[in-house]
Design a protein around this ligand. Structure first.
Ligand SMILES: Cc1cc2nc3c(=O)[nH]c(=O)nc-3n(C[C@H](O)[C@H](O)[C@H](O)COP(=O)(O)OP(=O)(O)OC[C@H]3O[C@@H](n4cnc5c(N)ncnc54)[C@H](O)[C@@H]3O)c2cc1C
Length: 652
């Protein structure tokens, strides 16, 4: 067992009532599957008395691990095929008595759970529908002891593709309950001595394990590993791989709701009539995934029904893991960085907790034409910022389901190569967001550029194809990967450029600032990319045409960001509307060198295009004045690390 998993498994639960409640539901589920799940295997096994007896059976698919990835994959297969599925789980209770981390979801996973897996009613009943992602900063010169003191960035309107704050234990319990209703599904919890012998090409895989003191050996057409951080198959096959992200997290749950809007000294009437509602409106902000940010870290506040999830995620180079290695240390740390929490956090009872000192990793391969695959944390994991974990489970499961349903061997061989490339590209595109520009979390303006860019790409290249069910259409995937690869170079350049600007700006701090309330969608290209949510039912060629068209929108945002940074650094507001600069700025070769940038701008024609500033009029109005104001003398800034990441550029 890895160091990380043993730390996670070694965490303590501090309240018996919470534990009892979860155990009770596990016991009910256990009784349920014992009574109702007597599929062929369970019946046959129950007829064997000897603990040494070996039962041999065949399944179409064996899934290893009953976490979110395994349970959702089983449901997707049951809903879309006539396959017989065996799900093997090491733990004896599913859902486990301890609270599980991984609660926030965004559009791809929201759509997958709600629509594809048809869980909308359960989601609406048992989990909060979320109010987007929201980010907070402590403006310099403010006391930051009241919620109203904080600068915020957010999207004011609810997403038309609903997303949720998942109580992981509840949803995993519901998935298991639903799967168990299908006679083609067999579930064994508490298995040990798991062994898998993978067959090459034609034969069946052999899976052996001990269940209820009996040895079992079964044959299976497909084996899918969803064993999470245990990485059962990846370790056996020597596929584990590191990545450049070295981040850690300490998280815990408190009893009851931590309502961030009530973290204030203001009486209720003043709080409700506060002028900030002119911008923010009245949807409860606590329904968002709330991020309290600083350089290289964020502290999450996620409401679950009856409890609140809290967690610090940090870059190990910026915050020492030892300084934040327990909830108590994190609370003390948060009180210093974000004193607004002094209002309540100390009073709320900690009911569960966990930590990872270094949680991110890659994997060399996640699907094979030899009929095995990895999904969820059994394969790759980047970082929880923006919640890509659940999205990648949704995407990988969809590709794995399609591969399992592909009968023809030649077609499967092609799909396995293509899907491997796609899975890698969808993961790899996130890496610069975490490896290159995490420190940018320390500044609202820089983060607004970073996140608006990333979200525009996400809506265009992840959500739009997913809601059109195009990732399993090979006619779509090939040109899609081509477009996506081009984006990889641009993404890497822009992330580096924003990071260098952040460092430059950090050396010129302002002494005080009023809170800024910034809606990300006031940057036009993001708003435009969200319109793709309403483009559904497109064929592969139509969607590619739409993506090519949207590429212009994505590039327009990149150009705006680059030119805006030029204008601030060179202290020349006219540059924002300079037609020639917008057209010629080299998006695939951006270099943050103020002198070179100045030289580049000297020869520009002065023709203006007022439309250029409109791309981010509100952004300029909110940030430019405060950014160019109150600067000390110039200092030399180290350039940002250069990382060579080109999404989709891997050879399969
Ligand atoms: C700090 C942090 C915060 C996160 N926050 C978010 C978030 O907000 N949103 C989001 O989408 N994602 C988030 N993630 C990621 C998310 O937690 C994962 O994507 C998700 O939990 C992975 O689910 P899984 O099914 O792969 O693994 P798990 O849920 O861990 O399930 C694996 C299962 O396999 C079982 N198992 C292990 N070994 C064996 C074996 N040998 N045989 C049989 N069974 C076995 C385990 O007991 C377990 O039940 C976060 C991750 C971290 C580290």
């Amino acid at each position: 067992m890895s160091k990380v998993s043993s730390i996670q498994d070694g965490r303590r639960s501090q309240t018996r009532p919470q534990e009892c409640k979860t155990v009770t539901s596990s016991i009910l589920l256990e009784q349920f599957w014992r009574i109702d799940l007597s599929g062929p295997t369970t019946k046959d096994l129950s007829s064997h008395e000897s603990t040494a007896s070996v039962a041999s059976h065949y399944y179409d698919v064996v899934i290893l691990g009953a976490g979110l990835a395994g349970l959702t994959l089983a449901r997707q297969l049951l809903m879309n095929s006539d396959k017989r599925i065996l799900l093997l789980e090491k733990r004896s209770h599913i859902p486990p008595p301890h609270q599980k981390v991984g609660e926030s979801n965004v559009q791809v996973q929201g759509y997958y759970l709600g629509k594809v897996l048809d869980l909308e009613e359960h989601l609406q009943r048992e989990h909060y529908m979320k109010y987007n992602l929201r980010f907070y900063w402590t403006p310099p010169g403010q006391k930051n002891t009241n919620y109203e003191d904080y600068s915020q960035s957010y999207i004011r309107y609810l997403s038309n593709v609903p997303c949720y704050q998942l109580d992981r234990n509840k949803i995993e319990g519901e998935l298991l309950r639903l799967n168990c209703q299908d006679p083609r599904f067999t579930f064994h919890a508490g298995v040990s001595h798991l062994d898998v012998v993978l067959a090459k090409s034609n034969g069946s895989h052999s899976v052996s394990f001990t269940f209820e003191n009996r040895s079992n050996q079964i044959q299976a057409d497909w084996v899918v590993d969803t064993s999470g951080r245990a990485k059962f198959l990846a370790r056996r096959l020597g596929l584990t791989k590191s990545n450049p992200i070295r981040h850690g997290s300490t998280f815990f749950w408190v009893d009851g709701l931590l309502n961030i809007e009530k973290l204030t000294d203001l009486p209720q009437r003043e709080r409700l009539l506060h002028k900030n509602h002119n911008k923010l409106g009245h949807v409860p902000a606590w329904l968002a995934t709330n991020h309290f940010c600083g350089e290289g870290y964020w502290f999450w506040v996620i409401p679950l029904q009856g409890k609140t999830s809290l967690g610090l995620v940090y870059d190990n180079e910026i915050i020492s893991p030892d300084a934040v290695s327990s909830p108590e240390k994190v609370i003390e740390w948060v009180f210093k960085e974000h004193p607004v929490f002094l209002h309540n956090l100390a009073k709320q009872k900690i009911i569960d907790q966990g930590l990872y000192r270094d949680f991110s990793y890659d994997c060399q391969q996640t699907i094979s034409a030899d009929r095995w695959a990895l999904a969820g944390e059994a394969g790759r994991f980047t970082d929880p910022l923006y919640s890509p974990g659940g999205d990648l489970i949704s995407l990988y499961n969809t590709l794995i389901t399609d591969a399992i349903l592909t009968q023809d061997k030649g077609t499967l061989a092609i799909k396995a190569r293509l899907y491997e490339l796609l899975m890698w590209a969808l993961y790899e595109a996130y890496v610069p967001s975490y490896a290159v520009s995490y420190e940018v979390l320390g500044d609202q303006e820089c983060f607004a550029m970073k996140y608006t860019w990333e979200l525009t790409v996400y809506f265009t290249f992840y959500v739009f194809p997913f809601i059109n069910q195009l990732f399993t259409d090979t006619v779509f995937v090939v040109p899609y990967l081509d477009l996506f690869a081009r984006l990889g170079v641009l993404n890497n350049n822009l992330q580096n450029f924003i990071t260098s600007y952040y460092r430059w700006k950090k050396a010129r701090p302002v002494s005080s600032r009023d809170p800024i309330f910034f809606d990300f969608t006031s940057l036009e290209p993001l708003k435009k990319s969200e319109e793709l949510f309403y483009e559904v039912g497109l064929s592969a060629p139509e969607a590619i045409k739409m993506l090519k068209h949207s590429m212009t929108n994505v590039e327009k945002l990149a150009r705006f960001i680059a030119v805006y940074i030029y204008s601030v650094v060179l202290e020349d507001e006219d540059l924002i509307s300079n037609k020639q600069l917008a057209e010629t700025v080299k998006l695939d070769d951006l270099r943050f060198d103020p002198e070179a940038m100045r030289a580049e701008c000297r020869s520009l024609e002065t023709t203006k295009d007022p439309k250029l500033a409109k791309t981010g009029a509100n952004f300029i109005a909110q940030f430019r004045q405060v950014t160019v104001h109150d600067r000390p003398a110039r200092v030399t800034i180290p350039s940002a690390p250069v990382l060579s990441i080109a999404a989709g550029a891997k050879s399969a």
